[in-house]
Design a protein around this ligand. Structure first.
Ligand SMILES: Cc1cc2nc3c(=O)[nH]c(=O)nc-3n(C[C@H](O)[C@H](O)[C@H](O)COP(=O)(O)OP(=O)(O)OC[C@H]3O[C@@H](n4cnc5c(N)ncnc54)[C@H](O)[C@@H]3O)c2cc1C
Length: 344
């Protein structure tokens, strides 16, 4: 039986009891309807945000492999598209860039499927899924018919949504609105490091293809672009979320700890999990003695499988990091990755 080590990008985990590959929307509906009532189903895209325990999963995995991009409306300046859940996210971004459509170029190279993108409201380099999403076609657990959910119903916030908060079902397709700026230009660049890499200032625009290329280069340099030859990419990307804390709590942290306001009245701030981890003494490449899991040599937030690691080895590393950050800074880092039959 195919194991989660083969189905996920961290390449760890035992096997499911059964596996169904759904290559069309109808197959996805049929597969989910047939199994969902047993509460023993995992809907899996490319497994790039999922870590499953070494015992595997005593239930069915539905692999979402439905493909297709459909243009719903095109008024010249704006194009509404519907993308099937199993479509590769980056294949969609590439398509958009080639069509001269802006809105997702900064999210080039994020692994995974379009159907999983709303689950944690993916984002990178100043762009986030929520700003282009119109709604999703969703089959709730136990329902016989799919329903339309508008973006206002999706509970999008930083790396989360109603789906990550417990709404169970399967996202069949995602509707998004892209723009068509004159001259094949991007949206205004909203991320300092990307602007610098393009020799631009924040708020400038650049050709979509140039933005995509720079983003892919930046991601590669951080081990954030999947590469079979780079063990730093055997991960879920960021294993931990950047914590959002009360501004008053952050006052007790060292002055140099990066923080960004997240609400209008400045009561909440977002901290850098990478900074907290590094300043708790865990450096790039760190591994516990004898473990085949290590912190990425390029990015402190990625927990990687150096070859043959078990889920437990990855989780031990995660627990160690959580403990040292807590003892140094008094807060508990929360996983961004979805853990199944696995706990830290
Ligand atoms: C190297 C690397 C870099 C990354 N960089 C980023 C980044 O920059 N920004 C970012 O936001 N994320 C990043 N990630 C995380 C990951 O790419 C995203 O979370 C992505 O959306 C996961 O897609 P997937 O298809 O692999 O999801 P999976 O891991 O297969 O699934 C994730 C969750 O979504 C659920 N799910 C999947 N498909 C569906 C569906 N159709 N309907 C309902 N539920 C579904 C699963 O049950 C699971 O709970 C990175 C990951 C890696 C490995």
């Amino acid at each position: 039986m195919t194991s989660f080590a083969q189905l996920t990008t961290t390449k760890v985990g035992g096997s499911p009891r059964a596996l169904i590959e759904a290559t069309t929307r109808d197959e996805l509906i049929a597969a989910y309807s047939a199994t969902a009532s047993h509460h023993q189903v995992i809907v899996l895209g490319q497994g790039s945000n999922t870590v499953v325990g070494d015992e595997g999963f005593d239930g069915t995995v539905i692999l979402v492999r439905s493909q297709g991009i459909e243009i719903l409306r095109d008024n010249g300046n704006q194009v509404d598209v519907r993308v099937q859940a199993g479509h590769g996210w980056d294949d969609f971004v590439l398509w958009a860039v080639e069509q001269g459509l802006a809105g997702v170029e900064g999210m080039s190279g994020i692994p995974g499927t379009v159907g999983a993108a709303p689950v944690q409201n993916i984002g990178a380099y100043g762009q986030e899924l929520q700003s282009i999403t119109l709604g999703v076609d969703f089959l709730p657990e136990g329902a016989s018919e799919p329903e339309r959910m508008e973006v206002s119903e999706l509970g999008f916030a930083f790396r989360t949504s109603v789906f990550k908060q417990g709404l169970t079902g399967v996202i069949l397709s995602v509707d998004m609105r892209l723009s068509r700026p004159a001259g094949g230009l991007s949206e205004p660049i909203a991320y300092e490091q990307l602007a610098t890499a393009l020799n631009l200032r924040l708020g400038d625009t650049a050709p979509l293809t140039a933005v995509r290329e720079r983003v892919l280069e930046l991601r590669r340099s951080k081990g954030m672009l999947l590469d079979a030859n780079d063990p730093d990419t055997n991960s879920t990307g960021s294993f931990f979320m950047n914590p959002i804390v009360r501004a008053s709590f952050a006052l007790d942290l060292p002055l140099e700890a990066p923080r960004w306001p997240v609400d209008e009245d400045g009561k909440l701030v977002k901290l850098s999990a990478a900074w907290l981890i590094e300043n708790a003494g865990v450096t790039k490449g760190f591994a516990l003695p004898g473990s085949r899991a290590s912190v990425s040599t390029k990015h402190t937030l990625a927990l990687t499988n150096r070859g043959g690691a078990t889920t437990e080895e990855v989780l031990e590393l995660a627990r160690y990091i959580q403990a040292v950050v807590q003892s140094n800074f008094g807060l508990i880092l929360q996983p961004e990755a979805i853990l199944i039959n696995a706990e830290i």
